[in-house]
Design a protein around this ligand. Structure first.
Ligand SMILES: Cc1ncc(COP(=O)(O)O)c(C=O)c1O
Ligand SMILES: Nc1c(O)cccc1C(=O)C[C@H](N)C(=O)O
Length: 395
């Protein structure tokens, strides 16, 4: 059995705060602070450039990738770290498109995170391809024989709706297409099984449920059947077969290494590596069970105590990730009032109050406090205040 009381103790959770926004930025694992400090004093300070070899900075993207592999149903040597998620979406999508020459259609849904759609739109323009965007429930019917790549985010960032990864991947394969999954809201939140689903490509970020810190690098996975054939358009020198030969022409490195682009963010990878220690000994089955327990309790509590809000997530836990959202016409002000009262969730336009439940550190006491505080704010109308209407740059 996973010891979730112990994993909770591994985080710095500010006193008086109930944190339900780990689906946007995970809290700091206490060990990350010391690990980064040690890296600065023992490695960067003392080793200088020799740290690339001596401290293993150069191989860190693969080593950290191997630790993430276990959490997404992938094997060793199949995942590599680096860049932002938007860039990894571009790399995976461009490589997948190149594996389906003659086909020009990318299919996604309108619940996808906008950055994924922007990247696909730009790539489609450059490749003279077509991006088709349908409603999430229409995806299956929209898989047609002209499809090149099905590109979906498994868990919807607003509603928490979870796609059937294995089923949709099988449908895409039947149509002769490839399936690319964005795991931003899945990795560390649900029991992802890329191998079992027979997916083709996957990408994800590490600053949400994996708690790598703001700006932590993204990951990319390629199914082994494609790893030596995939040809990314974004050809950087660290994805070259022999970067330090400084050849003028590009020759991809074997396997997943070709998905590297440039110099890895070593300090950020060090913080992420410390954050991944918390996952040692965590079973994904336990994680999923606890996530369902927390989200079910939250829905039940809010529906009983807050008639002013409407559930915006699937009621069936099997169709949900680890987040729950509710709608309120003045959602922004309500969320600001909630944050001022010590319960941090977030707001997503136009009217969504979003709450992430991270089994590693959230518990039923958090659920109870969040329900009680939301009910109080809605009942006493304290959210209806000018200071809660001022929109910040980042929401
Ligand atoms: C599903 C999804 N894709 C892409 C992104 C963009 O990631 P990044 O800002 O790291 O490029 C996010 C979050 O910001 C996301 O939730
Ligand atoms: N990456 C973010 C950032 O740099 C600032 C603020 C928020 C984010 C996020 O990750 C947003 C997130 N993808 C979402 O689901 O809304």
């Amino acid at each position: 059995m996973t010891d979730f009381a112990a994993t909770r103790r591994a985080f710095h959770l500010p006193r008086g705060i109930t944190y339900l926004d780990g689906n946007s930025l995970g809290p700091m694992p206490v060990a990350a602070r010391d690990r980064v400090a040690r890296m600065m004093s023992d490695e960067w300070s003392e080793m200088l450039i020799t740290g690339w070899n001596k401290a293993g900075w150069y191989v860190q993207p693969r080593k950290v990738g191997d630790r993430i592999a276990r959490l997404i149903g992938a094997g060793p040597g199949q995942v590599v770290m680096g860049d932002t998620l938007s860039i990894k979406v571009f790399q995976a999508l461009s490589a997948a498109m190149a594996l389906r020459p003659g086909r020009r259609v990318i299919l996604s849904d309108n619940g996808n995170f906008p950055s994924d759609l922007y990247v696909a739109e730009g790539l489609a323009r450059a490749m003279r391809a077509e991006l088709r965007v349908v409603a999430p429930e229409e995806v299956e019917a929209a898989i047609t024989p002209d499809l090149a790549v099905l590109m979906l985010t498994e868990v919807d960032y607003r509603t928490g709706r979870r796609h059937d990864m294995a089923g949709l991947t099988a449908r895409a394969h039947e149509a002769g297409a490839l399936a690319l999954w964005d795991l931003a809201h899945s990795a560390g939140a649900v029991d992802v099984d890329l191998t079992g689903a027979d997916a083709d490509f996957a990408v994800g970020c590490t600053y949400k449920y994996l708690n790598g810190g703001p700006g932590a690098p993204a990951f990319i996975w390629t199914h082994p059947r494609h790893a030596d054939a995939a040809q990314p358009i974004l050809q950087g020198w660290m994805g070259h077969d022999a970067p330090f030969a400084f050849d003028l022409g590009y020759r991809p490195a074997p396997g997943i290494e070709r998905m590297r682009v440039g110099t890895p963010p070593v300090i950020a990878l060090t913080a992420l590596d410390a954050a991944l220690d918390v996952w040692d000994g965590v079973s994904l089955a336990d994680l999923r069970a606890r996530s369902i327990e927390l989200t079910e309790a939250f829905i039940k509590g809010v529906e009983a105590a807050c008639p002013e809000v409407a559930l915006n997530s699937p009621r069936d836990p099997a169709r949900r990730g680890s987040q729950v959202s509710f709608r309120h016409p003045q959602g922004y002000a309500v969320m600001q009032a909630l944050i001022a009262a010590g319960v941090i969730g977030d707001f997503r336009a136009p009217d969504v109050l979003r709450f992430g439940f991270a089994p590693l550190y959230n518990d039923l006491d958090d659920v109870g406090r969040a329900v009680d505080t939301l009910a109080r704010i809605l009942r006493d109308g304290s959210w209806d205040d000018e200071r809660f209407r001022q929109r910040a740059a980042v929401t």
